[in-house]
Design a binder for this molecule. Structure first.
Ligand code: 5AD
Ligand code: SF4
Length: 436
């Protein structure tokens, strides 16, 4: 018996697919890269932008023929999309070839749902309302190489006006600190993982709901002091909540990655306000300065949305100037996509798609130039790095500050180990290095 999982969206979904795989393997299923061979096909979906939704619907619809030729095939759709009533109804009524529909809050019930579906030969369409802590004993088949994902919070309380996440993932809820530390200890003990990435929509507010003084800084510290050589990463950080204490803790421990993902979304105060981000451009730049003061070698990455309702040419120029001023090592750039029932979707002055396209193109060009410049400046420098992957004869490494470096003529035995790399050249922003 074989399974095949198609995952869309963020790291949270990637990790949840590892849980689905774990549950399937506990039932005796084996992973296959070919859909045609599978007895169970799952779509773990995302609805953050229209493109993600459309792609998923297209690919789910395309399985109609396969199901017709193989009636025993079980097709499941889960993740963020079915958490919206409209999508759930659409799947229920317009996609009769889908057998199981479930959401993010009842993911840990998938084994039961699958067994019931097989036993009763009945469709199962079930999603739950609000955030739930996934049980610590949910099985997992980890698939991310030397990196292991670890959930620290589920859900989000921030309600940025463009964002669907709080509606589909529910209220923020933190896992107990001892449970997280136990999971990390087990991962380190297995000696299979050199990198631990803590996951939450806003890691900086970890612990707020526990009301016992637990903070993200304490969690970071308690993990960073564990024995063994490993790298500790985390995402995502909301700038409004990144306190000095968190930055000081990162600076204090070498094990914590110096690449900080700090999504700014826009460089214009008027747009930040309309987005309900609850910080200003000046406050954001002050946080960046504090990070750089404490860790001159830190790398920063960010998300930006262009074409938010009401974004003027000047607002967009403010974003460009902020991007130049910060100098991000990585930037994820998106065109605003209206999401049903979010406040921004019904704001006046929606921006024309062509304008959005032009703006995102300009932003991409700017960032490319900055990255090329940045790459050139790295030539001749030495960095500590984790060797992460060996593919087509090339070893890839990620430095403590988040630079991706490719190394030719190196051994694949190094994967999972730390070492020094020297940057020898850069081609279109791609760094080439050698072992020191
Ligand atoms: N349109 C475009 N981008 C969005 N993001 C979230 N919601 C939307 C939307 N409606 C982006 C934000 C966020 C990232 C994960 O996705 O930049 O940080
Ligand atoms: Fe969405 Fe804002 Fe929550 Fe991030 S912090 S998930 S952008 S609502």
């Amino acid at each position: 018996m074989f399974y095949h999982i198609i995952t869309y969206g963020c790291q949270m979904n990637v990790h949840e697919s590892e849980k689905l795989a774990g549950m399937l393997e506990n039932l005796g299923y084996v992973s296959t890269p070919k859909k045609e061979d599978a007895d169970v096909i799952l779509f773990n979906t995302c609805c953050i932008r229209d493109t993600a939704e459309r792609r998923a619907y297209g690919n789910i619809a395309a399985l109609k023929k396969l199901k017709k030729n193989k009636p025993d095939l079980i097709i499941g759709v889960c993740g963020c999309m079915p958490q919206q009533d409209s999508s759930k109804t659409y799947l229920e009524t317009k996609m009769p070839h889908v057998d199981i529909v479930f959401g993010t809050h009842n993911l840990h019930k998938f084994s039961e749902m699958l067994q019931n579906c097989l036993k009763d030969k009945k469709r199962i369409i079930e999603t739950w309302g609000d955030s739930v802590l996934q049980p610590a004993n949910t099985p997992m088949t980890r698939t991310s190489g030397v990196n292991a994902w670890v959930n620290i919070t589920y859900g989000c309380n921030n309600y940025c006006t463009y964002c669907i996440v709080p509606y589909v993932r529910g209220r923020e809820i933190s896992r107990p600190m001892n449970e997280i530390i136990e999971e990390v200890k087990q991962l380190l003990k297995s000696e299979q993982y050199s990198e631990i990435t803590l996951l939450g929509q806003n890691v900086n507010s970890y612990g707020n709901d526990l009301k016992d003084g637990t903070t993200f800084a304490k969690l970071l510290e308690n993990i960073a002091i564990l024995d063994g050589e490993f790298r500790l990463k985390f995402m995502t950080s909301h700038p409004k909540d990144i306190k000095d204490e968190v930055i000081d803790t990162i600076a204090k421990y070498k094990k914590i990655s110096r690449l900080i993902h700090l999504p700014v979304q826009s460089g214009s105060n008027a747009i930040l306000k309309a987005m309900n981000r609850r910080y200003t451009r000046e406050y954001y730049l002050e946080r960046v300065n504090y990070i750089r003061q404490q860790m001159p070698d830190a790398g920063l990455s960010s998300d930006i949305i262009v074409g938010f309702p009401g974004e003027t040419e000047q607002d967009f120029l403010d974003t460009l100037s902020l991007v130049k001023e910060v100098g991000y090592s990585n930037l994820y750039m998106f065109m605003y996509s209206p999401r049903k029932n979010t406040p921004a979707a019904s704001m006046p002055n929606q921006i024309d798609e062509l304008v959005k396209k032009e703006r995102v193109k300009k932003l991409i060009e700017l960032q490319r130039g900055l990255m090329r410049e940045n790459a050139k400046q790295s030539i001749g420098k030495k960095y500590r790095a984790l060797f992460e992957e060996f593919k087509d004869g090339v070893l890839s490494a990620v430095t403590d500050c988040g630079k991706l470096v490719f190394i030719n003529n190196a051994s694949k035995e190094l994967v999972g180990k730390f070492g020094e790399v020297l940057i020898t050249s850069a081609k279109s922003g791609r760094l080439i290095g050698e072992l020191v």
